[in-house]
Design a protein around this ligand. Structure first.
Ligand SMILES: [Zn+2]
Length: 127
């Protein structure tokens, strides 16, 4: 989880015409939407303290919901999975964040072949 300083750094990176800071982006060509997504994530966490804000960091066994949902900011897909199915696939001690990322990556349609760009940008709706 980014600290307030890191958030500020990312914020200024977005503001200055999305020039990525060299330390964070060795290739220097990450799309600005990526930083925007990171930033929104960080802001969401900062602005929403409390039990609900860290559900994506919970293990599957700790999540009260029966239906888990993760959506991708890149290809705009939403993947839903019953918690019991997720447990069966990944184990009850798997972290929902990792499970959701894997679910998206398994079916991601936005592959470029570049490590930095490949894969989905998960957005966790739960809860
Ligand atoms: Zn995707």
């Amino acid at each position: 989880m980014p600290t307030r300083d890191q958030v500020e750094k990312m914020a200024s990176a977005v503001r200055t015409s999305a020039l990525p800071s060299p330390g964070l982006a060795p290739d220097g060509d990450l799309p600005s939407e990526y930083w925007q997504a990171l930033l929104e994530d960080a802001r969401a966490d900062v602005g929403r303290p409390g039990p609900g804000s860290s559900a994506r960091l919970l293990q599957l066994s700790q999540i009260p919901q029966h239906l888990l949902r993760v959506s991708c900011r890149r290809c705009a897909r939403t993947v839903e999975i019953q918690r019991v199915d997720a447990v069966r696939l990944y184990g009850s001690d798997a972290v929902w964040k990792d499970v959701g990322q894997r679910l998206l990556d398994n079916t991601c349609s936005n592959r470029t072949g570049r490590h930095e760009e490949d894969g989905c940008w998960p957005s966790y709706d739960t809860p």
